[in-house]
Design a protein around this ligand. Sequence first.
Ligand SMILES: C[S@@+](CC[C@H](N)C(=O)[O-])C[C@H]1O[C@@H](n2cnc3c(N)ncnc32)[C@H](O)[C@@H]1O
Length: 267
Amino acid sequence: MVGTYTVAAISGSCGFLLGGTLYGYYLCCKAHKKKKNVYETSKLVDEYMYLHYGSPQASTHADWYNNFQIKDGFDFPLRCAIFCDKYCPKEPRSTESRRALDIGCAVGRSTFELSQYFEEVIGIDYSQAFIDQCLLLKEKKILDFSIVSEGDIYEKHTTTLSSSVNVDRVKFQVGDACNLPKTLGKFDCVLAANLICRLYDSMLFIKRLPELVKENGILVLTAPYTWLTSFTPKVGLLFYYILFSFLMILGEGMVICAVGTFFSFLH
Ligand SMILES: C[S@@+](CC[C@H](N)C(=O)[O-])C[C@H]1O[C@@H](n2cnc3c(N)ncnc32)[C@H](O)[C@@H]1O
């Protein structure tokens, strides 16, 4: 009898805790969705233009970049596209077009670069300002942008799309990785670079992935796993920690575990 009461009491508190966590999670997601999107500002658009298309040589910071040997920070989206091509299987006898999805594409460098290897490439981002910039670059192929050099002093940059980019293969659209349209179809390659720990609900995105990747297709995830609470509500993560057990408390382990349920690891 005592045991029964004890169990009932514990399951009651568990139910209360879980219910509280779920409700807190719901409120947090709602608040996060309403919050102003930091990626919508023109300053961030220009900073991402520099991150995606800039080069250390063309900057007044060139010495600084060279001294600290951080020039590898440049061209990261290009290296992601090359990585996708390297690992994505090529069926020599297939007549089907190869498709790639760049989700959280920002100002689109990987999307454009993927067009060298895939006949159809879709870049999706939550930020209207980023997608507008992608569409402008697709149309003009050359764009100016400015970044802060020091204080209120700005330096001007120009980027030109490489001649190997095939803009006719590329489409951009605004979309939410946690609620992607059902009509997207399947892809030979899905790239999510530095996105997973910027989402208001990473698990909603992960759960959708098996539907998006073709059989024998690849998923490429890169992330610093920062899990900043300004992007990903902690209550949401706590909920997943409970689901995925305390061993998975490190965010990367949680993602590997969740993705590993549907995919086998290549690299
Ligand atoms: C850290 S940036 C990474 C951008 C790019 N993939 C890269 O590696 O440079 C995160 C990007 O994810 C986008 N993003 C954030 N939440 C999103 C969501 N729910 N759906 C789609 N994109 C989202 C942001 O607008 C931003 O462009």
